[in-house]
Design a protein. Structure first.
Length: 317
């Protein structure tokens, strides 16, 4: 291990020979790793394809065939990026454990809320593609797994001295930060998805353009609980040498940036008109504009802090 002191803060970075994650060393370490790992390069190629596809998809008319195909393509690309990136961080077995934990927790809490109102509030999904179980579409669980991965990676980068492993209290702080980062993704999204597009409908609309406070608290709880359960077992899985590269940690920040950039584009092409919820009446363009503002603080700020953090990252592999 090598340490670099900046002011009063010590940044621990990987040595060229070996770096532990839990009690093991990195997979694929050695002289041959002077070149970027092929899987990491593939992640970046897929990201280069995903970014324009995702930004283009939000310009298409909601409900159109083109929007459906474009959304499916960019969604598949994002899942592939998550899967390959995750395999580099924990191996395929570790990625499976992560997906199992997040998928199970998100399903149980979504189903519980649909039936009882806890923790998100009473609501139901409508129009989601694919099958559903107890009112929870499979695509929703996949969304938690995929988007949760990038939130988890950003939390690891922001909280941990060495992002690939947790030391002491970092094992408990990282999941909490990750829960807030994941909820920060939902904060600008829900007023559009619920109030404008009716993809999910709350029984008692309130709060932010019809989205109740309980919804956001539910997202924090879901993210925190999912990440905390996984954090208790993540030391069992071995990372590859790719985690010692800046490019590995930069990728989640770029994905988060791309997701945030969708909002000003959606605002630019927002339809005219108003939506009504009971006694409330909202201008559609105002909802999109508010989502742009929300994304600046809930997503862009996280990206900015991640980039600042990466400035002090020194590659040694």
């Amino acid at each position: 291990m090598e340490s670099e002191r900046t002011g009063d803060h010590v940044l621990t970075r990987p040595s060229a020979q070996a770096l532990p994650i839990g009690t093991g060393s990195l997979r694929g370490e050695g002289a041959e790793n002077s070149r970027p790992p092929l899987a990491l390069t593939l992640c970046w190629v897929l990201t280069a394809l995903w970014l324009p596809a995702s930004l283009y998809s939000v310009t298409l008319a909601q409900g159109s065939t083109a929007a459906a195909y474009s959304g499916a393509i960019q969604g598949l690309l994002l899942v592939l990026i998550m899967a390959i990136h995750g395999s580099l961080s924990y191996g395929w077995r570790g990625l499976g454990a992560y997906a199992g934990v997040v998928g199970t927790v998100s399903f149980l809490l979504e189903a519980c809320s649909i039936a009882t109102g806890f923790p998100f509030g009473f609501y139901h999904h409508q129009g989601a593609p694919g099958p559903a179980l107890l009112g929870v579409p499979v695509t929703v669980m996949m969304g938690y797994v995929t988007l949760g991965w990038f939130a988890w990676m950003l939390a690891r980068l922001l909280v941990r001295e060495a992002g690939w492993r947790a030391a002491g209290i970092e094992r408990f702080i990282t999941p909490l930060v990750g829960g807030f980062i994941l909820a920060g993704f939902d904060y600008p999204l829900d007023p559009i998805g619920s109030t404008v597009r009716n993809m999910w409908v709350f029984r008692h609309p309130s709060g932010q353009f019809g989205v109740p406070l309980t919804n956001y608290l539910g997202w924090i709880l879901t993210g925190w609980l999912s990440f905390q359960l996984f954090a208790l077992v993540e030391h069992k899985f071995q990372a590859s040498a790719a985690v010692a590269r800046r490019r590995f940690w930069l990728l989640p920040a770029i994905i988060w940036l791309g997701l945030a950039l969708q909002y000003p584009i959606m605002f630019a092409v927002a339809p005219a008109g108003v939506v009504e919820f009971g006694a409330s009446r909202f201008v559609i363009a105002d909802i999109f504009e508010a989502s742009v503002a929300a994304s600046l603080f809930s997503m862009m700020f996280v990206v900015l802090i991640a980039l600042v953090r990466l400035r002090s990252f020194r590659e040694t592999v």
